[in-house]
Design a protein around this ligand. Structure first.
Ligand code: NAD
Length: 491
């Protein structure tokens, strides 16, 4: 089983595959059957420090940082083209590693290609300003790369969420150390290899795989780290903030969510129902911006929930790589147990499981981490399953009777990432959008983003932003230069 078909991956440091410092390997499991299909050198704190050393040297010595931005444009575009040419291989790797459907994985890799193209165009547009000051002096600013930047990614969209911060850091001329999630390191390692071939100099993009505690904390605390981008849970985000604050290191934090989907009585209910399905069962619900709370006007609750239930029950659940499958397994047995625990607690507390709620135990799916698409209702807004991030294919339903109540419920969690709503009424759409405490609002669409749109959370969902034309600035230092051009006196 293990030995015959597994592929071995090393760390990626200084432009080449490297074994881990202590020589151990971690198996990488296929979530559709929990069998190992690859293994990865397990990184240690020593590997993390070596990657930092290499990155800092590359930052100082390679032409990447000091050089002409147009060279970085070319390399990043070439990387986009190489990735596009290998889209099928990368999508298959991502699908097998995360469990997501091949269609979803292809969408992910296309998003990464588009991100690289978009960000490449910013690498030669890092402009400064000229600032008017009193006589005989010139005052101007320049944008410089900060040095070595550290990027820590989660397992749900491994390559998308790595590259969306790595690309702008590279575009700005920094050297990067990336730590992917231990469960899903393969696409990041393959990407680093591709980047080297596309012309990213050795040491400018390094990937260290290993535990959050040993590798992640070592990277964030390293004295050479100049900026940190973290995507993951609120708890780990908090820890990273503390470590970074101790050294005054700027952070971008993209954390969890508990997205409300508000369906008003005048909405196009067929489209809304499809949007709800994609928003909670896409990627098996393992999405920070999942629409996991359905807030539906009481007057349409019954027929609308029936529509969503019917669509949920039609979804084909199976291995992500199998043709026709619409929802894959959860990433790990632990994640499945956690999600099932939420549903069991909801049942115990009097919630109604409208559909799903059970593991899939037929012979083909029992070895994997499969859960039926699940809808729960009849619980108050303060119940754990309604308020906390489940991170699985579980939708909670809450009725509302007025726009004010919808907004109050939508804002009633600690999170504030994406809220979506469905209505035909422009005034409702825009006024509710302004009242929502969150970083992103979607109107009459399921969760959707583009590399050119800022992606950001409010409240516990994070700080700073990724994507958009200004993202490169987060990985630069703004330096002011004041020149005396012959002014008669100093001071
Ligand atoms: P996680 O916080 O457990 O892990 C994320 C990454 O941090 C992993 O690489 C992990 O190894 C590393 N890590 C863990 N402990 C660490 C430590 N002490 N120091 C440094 N690094 C450490 O999250 P996860 O389970 O991989 O991902 C799921 C979470 O990510 C969910 O909460 C989800 O909402 C969130 N997420 C947010 C966004 C967003 O853009 N806002 C996107 C995707 C996922």
């Amino acid at each position: 089983m293990a030995g015959a078909t597994t592929t071995r991956y090393g760390q990626f440091i200084n432009g080449e595959e490297a074994p881990g410092a202590d020589g151990t390997h971690r198996p990488v499991l296929d979530p559709a059957n929990n069998r190992p299909f690859a293994e990865v050198a397990e990184g240690t704190a020593e590997d993390a420090r070596r990657a930092m050393e290499v990155a800092e040297k590359a930052f100082r010595e390679s032409p990447w940082a000091g050089g002409d931005g147009s060279q970085r444009v070319k390399v990043l575009l070439k990387l986009a083209q190489s990735l596009e040419a290998e889209l099928d291989r990368f999508a298959e790797l991502e699908s097998r590693n995360v469990g997501k459907t091949l269609r979803e994985a292809k969408g992910d890799i296309q998003f990464v290609v588009r991100t690289l193209e978009y960000i490449a165009g910013l690498a030669d547009k890092l402009e400064g300003e000229t600032i008017p000051v009193p006589g005989g002096r010139l005052d101007y600013t320049i944008r410089e790369p900060v040095g070595v930047t550290v990027h820590i990614a989660p397992w749900n969209f491994p390559l998308v969420l790595s590259v969306r911060s790595v690309a702008p850091a590279l575009a700005a001329g920094n050297a990067v150390v990336l730590k992917p999630a231990s469960l899903t390191p393969l696409s990041a390692l393959a990407f680093a290899r591709l980047a080297r071939t596309a012309g990213v100099p050795p040491g400018i993009l390094n990937v260290v795989v290993g535990s959050g505690r040993a590798v992640g904390e070592t990277l964030v605390s390293d004295p050479r780290t100049r900026a940190v981008s973290f995507t993951g849970s609120v708890e780990v985000g908090q820890r990273i903030s503390e470590l970074a604050a101790a050294r005054h290191i700027p952070t971008t934090l993209e954390l969890g969510g508990k997205g409300p989907v508000i369906v008003f009585a005048d909405a196009d209910l067929d489209r809304a129902a499809k949007g709800v399905i994609w928003g909670i069962f896409g990627n098996a619900g393992q999405m920070c911006w999942a629409g996991s709370r359905l807030l539906v006007h009481a007057s349409i609750r019954e027929p609308f929930v029936a529509k969503v239930k019917a669509l949920a029950e039609k979804l084909k659940v199976g291995p992500g790589l199998e043709a026709g499958v619409e929802m894959g397994p959860l990433v790990s047995p632990e994640q499945l147990d956690r999600v099932v625990g939420f549903v069991e607690e909801a049942r115990r507390d009097g919630g109604t499981v409208v559909t799903g709620g059970a593991r899939l135990t037929d012979a083909a799916r029992a070895p994997g981490n499969f859960l039926a698409p699940t809808i729960v209702e009849g619980l108050p807004p303060e119940h754990r399953i309604v308020r906390e991030e489940v991170f699985g294919p579980v939708l909670s339903v809450l009725p509302f009777t007025s726009n004010d109540e919808a907004v109050r419920l939508a804002n009633g969690t600690d999170f504030g990432l994406l809220a979506t709503m469905w209505t035909r009424d422009l005034a409702t759409a825009h006024s509710v959008a302004r009242s929502l405490e969150c970083g992103m609002v979607g109107i009459n669409d399921p969760p959707l983003t583009f590399p050119q749109s800022p992606f950001a959370g409010a409240k516990s969902s994070g700080s700073g932003f990724e994507q958009g034309s200004r993202v490169v600035e987060a990985y630069t230092r703004r330096k002011n230069i004041l020149v005396n051009l012959g002014a008669p006196r100093a001071g």
